[in-house]
Structures are given as C-alpha cells and as structure tokens.
Design a binder for this molecule. Structure first.
Ligand code: FAD
Length: 419
C-alpha cells in the first residue's frame, strides 16, 4: 500500500509489484480484450476482409514469397501488382496515397477520439533532390496538421533527408571531409526547416524516428540540437529511444539531465526497436558486442523502467508510449491514474501503427487517454518496404494465430459472423 511521504515506485520493482503497490484491481483497468470497442467503426464486410488478410499473413511461406514479388514489382512497376497491393495490404496499413486521400481515415479515427500522426512513407532515398522532396512533403504535412486538430504530429525519418553513409560517417569518423561537411550542413538545414515550421504553429510536433545503432549517434546529435532550440515552451521535437538497446536507459536519463540543465522539454518517444536481427547480425559479423539486450524479458524490463522514469518526471519529459505491448500500455495507464495526472495531459500519449493493435488504441481512447495512430501515406511503390515489414510482423513461424488475426476472429465470433 501507498506509504506516507515515501516514493510509491522504485525503478527496481517489477510491474506486478508496482500494480500491487498501486492497489489497482483488474476491474478498474482498461480492458484491452474489449473487441466491440476495438472494432466499433468497422463493418462486417471490413472484418471479413481483415480476417482474410491476416489469415494469409499468418502463412510464413506466403509472406516470404509475397515480399520477394513485392520488391521485384517495385523495380518493374507492374500495374496489376500495384492494384492488388493497393486493395489489400495497403488499405489495411496505410491511410492513403496523399494527405488529401488520407483525410477519410483521419476523420474516422477522430470520431473515436483517436489522433493521427502523419507519416510520409518514402524510404531509402539517396539523392539531394529526393531529400529535398521529402523535406517539402514533411513541411506540407505540418501545414496540413496545423489546420487539422485531428492530426497534431508529423513523423520523420532522417534517412529520408540524408544519405545513410553520411550518417554513418558522422557517427563513426573523427572528422568529415569538406564534401561531407557540406552535406551535413544541408541535412541540418532540412531538419531545421521542418522543426522551424512546426514551432511556428500553435501545436504541431515533429517525431524523429530512431534507426540503426551505427547511424543513431548522428541522429541523436542533431535531434538534441533541435530540442534545445525549439522545446523551450512545449515539446515541438521528439527523439526516439529504442529500449531494446543495452545503453538507452542511461541515454534517457542523460537526455533528461541535459533538458533540466538547458531548460527545455525533453520529447521522448519510447519504442522497443525494429532492427534487432540486423543489429545482432552486424555485431556478430564485425566482432563487436551486440548493442541489443540479451532477451525479450530484458527489453520489456528496460522499456517499462524507462516508462516509469518518464512518468516520474512528466513535467520535464513529454512521453509517447509507442508500443503494441498491452502490459506496457497498462503500466502507463496505471501510473497516470495513480499520480492523478489528467488523462489528456499534453505530455502523455499512447500510440500504435494504423491497422494494428486497435484493441489498445480504441480502448485507451474510449477511456479518455490521449491515443494516436501512426498513419503512413505515400505512393504504393514507395511504401512497399513498410508493408513488407508489417506483413512479416504479422506472420507466424510456429503456426499460431497472430495477435491481430485472433483479435479480428474474436470480434467476428461476438457478432456471430463466419470467416
Ligand atoms: C507508433 C510506433 C512508432 C515506432 N517508431 C519506431 C522507431 O522510430 N524506430 C524503431 O526502431 N522502431 C519503431 N517502432 C517499432 C518498435 O520499435 C517495435 O519494433 C514494435 O512496436 C514491436 O514492439 P512492441 O513494443 O510493440 O511490443 P512487443 O511485441 O512486446 O515487442 C517486440 C519487440 O521486442 C524486442 N525483442 C523481441 N525479442 C527480443 C529478444 N529476444 N531480445 C531482445 N529484445 C527483443 C524487439 O524490439 C521487438 O520488436 C515503432 C512502433 C510504433 C507502434
């Protein structure tokens, strides 16, 4: 039980211990199993289509084959593949091909109290011209967000604005060549133009994604500069902390110390991390210690400890809990209640990807927590790599039903529908 004058939560405690200390019963908590709320804006026809799609994605061999065909089709620009992708997997995971096209999706989410984080899906660009196009598209998204209270944030990948090799050189070399320095200045100008535009609006923020560990020092360096410049009154810029890394909890506390010292709000989007296999393979190949935690349990532990740290300092840290993990979402909801922080406090947000974990987003929004979806938009060809990642995430190696498939099936059963 809560003791007078003592901190309620100690960062060493397990989640279960925290829940016991907080004295929160299961009945008082958000019920993520409520499929009626989760799929409240989906018709029977939508559900059948989702069941069919997630059923297909459950097949490991099919996703492997589909990924190869998808990548080949991008090169060959086969029109029939484009139509097939657009009417199936694109429709499930993307908002539309353009901002305007995504408006009906944004409106549908907003009717259920869910905000949109706009995510322009182009990846793997390599030329200065492409980088400028991505910058312009991101600025357009900020203009769009400024007039849409349903879409207050825009996400951004630095590899859409800079050459991967340049970011690696910045992260690993002691000094840059003259050409590299010129390129670096251009990247900083692009990022600054984006953040400056957001800072000029009343409430639009920019979330900078985290990427591979060997380019992340360059990203962190630039994002720290931008947070210091623009986060003096509100969190305009957010960095992303990948808690599957062994060193990120420490980095989070250092970032907080810097925010206190230089008097700015730390924008912290917490994720577990998306490049685990690539990270481990590279570390093994090059013979350095893997930067990834040794187990899933260790990652869960670091993630939840990071969340508790952010909530402990919520006035200085604006937190986005970007996760499909129900325990991590419950933990944050519990902490918000325990600390009596208003559920719509501007420094607290939950976020999932569009097309996934609707049981979390819709139920959290229903209970008044600030909840959002990352809504990817872009041309079908541009978003194929993103779609392949989503398909792989929802596939099954063991033959078990994926999380999404079983949720859809549960709601179909509740409605008395057959697949
Ligand atoms: C809104 C949103 C934004 C995102 N932005 C980013 C981003 O900017 N950068 C980025 O890298 N990712 C990003 N992600 C993806 C994220 O990092 C995760 O890959 C994904 O969300 C799955 O993790 P989870 O917390 O949802 O839950 P879970 O399904 O509980 O966790 C799966 C994750 O746990 C970790 N894990 C699994 N097995 C092990 C193991 N054996 N050892 C150690 N760790 C393990 C991995 O990170 C894996 O992805 C984002 C996700 C969301 C929802």
């Amino acid at each position: 039980m809560k003791k007078e004058g003592k901190p309620v939560i100690d960062l060493q405690q397990t989640d279960e211990q925290v829940r016991n200390i907080l004295g929160i019963s299961n009945e008082q908590r958000v019920d993520f199993k409520n499929s009626e709320i989760a799929f409240g804006d989906r018709s029977n026809k939508d559900l059948r289509k989702m069941a069919w799609l997630f059923g297909l994605m459950n097949k490991h061999w099919l996703v492997g084959l589909g990924s190869k065909i998808g990548l080949a089709a991008v090169k060959l620009r086969l029109p029939f593949v484009k139509t097939a992708v657009k009417n199936t997997i694109f429709e499930q995971f993307c908002g539309g091909t353009t901002l305007l096209n995504a408006q009906p999706t944004i409106d549908r989410l907003y009717k259920k109290n869910i905000l949109t984080i706009l995510d322009y899906g182009a990846e793997g660009k390599e030329t200065e011209e492409d980088f400028n196009l991505t910058m312009n598209e991101t600025i357009r998204a900020i203009e769009f967000a400024a007039t849409n209270k349903s879409a207050p944030m825009v996400s951004c990948k630095v590899t859409g604005l800079a050459r991967f090799d340049l970011l690696e050189a910045m992260s690993t070399k002691l000094s840059l060549s003259d050409d590299e320095r010129w390129e670096y200045k251009n990247v900083l100008k692009r990022l600054d133009a984006i953040c400056h535009k957001a800072a000029k609006t009343a409430d639009v923020s920019v979330l900078i994604d985290a990427e591979e560990s060997w380019i992340q020092p360059a990203i962190d360096h630039m994002v720290n500069l931008l947070m210091r410049r623009y986060n003096t009154k509100r969190a305009v810029v957010y960095n992303t902390f990948q808690m599957y890394r062994t060193d990120r909890l420490e980095f989070l506390t250092h970032s907080y110390d810097a925010a206190r010292k230089h008097q700015f709000i730390l924008g912290a989007k917490l994720v577990r991390g998306a490049y685990m296999e690539k990270e481990r393979a590279r570390a093994a190949e090059k013979g350095y210690a893997s930067p990834i935690n040794p187990s899933k349990e260790a990652t869960d532990d670091k993630y939840n400890t990071g969340l508790r740290f952010c909530l402990e300092h919520f006035e200085q840290i604006a937190t986005i809990n970007a996760s499909h993990n129900a325990n991590s979402c419950l933990l944050m909801a519990d902490l918000i209640r325990e600390k009596n922080i208003p559920r719509n406090h501007p420094h607290l947000m939950f976020c999932q990807l569009y097309g996934m974990s609707d049981n979390l987003t819709y139920n959290l929004a229903y209970h008044g927590y600030t909840s959002a979806k990352y809504v990817v938009y872009g041309s079908v060809w541009d978003v194929v790599p993103y779609l392949i990642r989503r398909a792989s995430e929802n596939t099954s190696v063991t033959g078990d039903m994926s999380r999404e498939y079983s949720l859809v099936m549960k709601e179909m059963k509740r409605r008395g529908l057959h697949a």
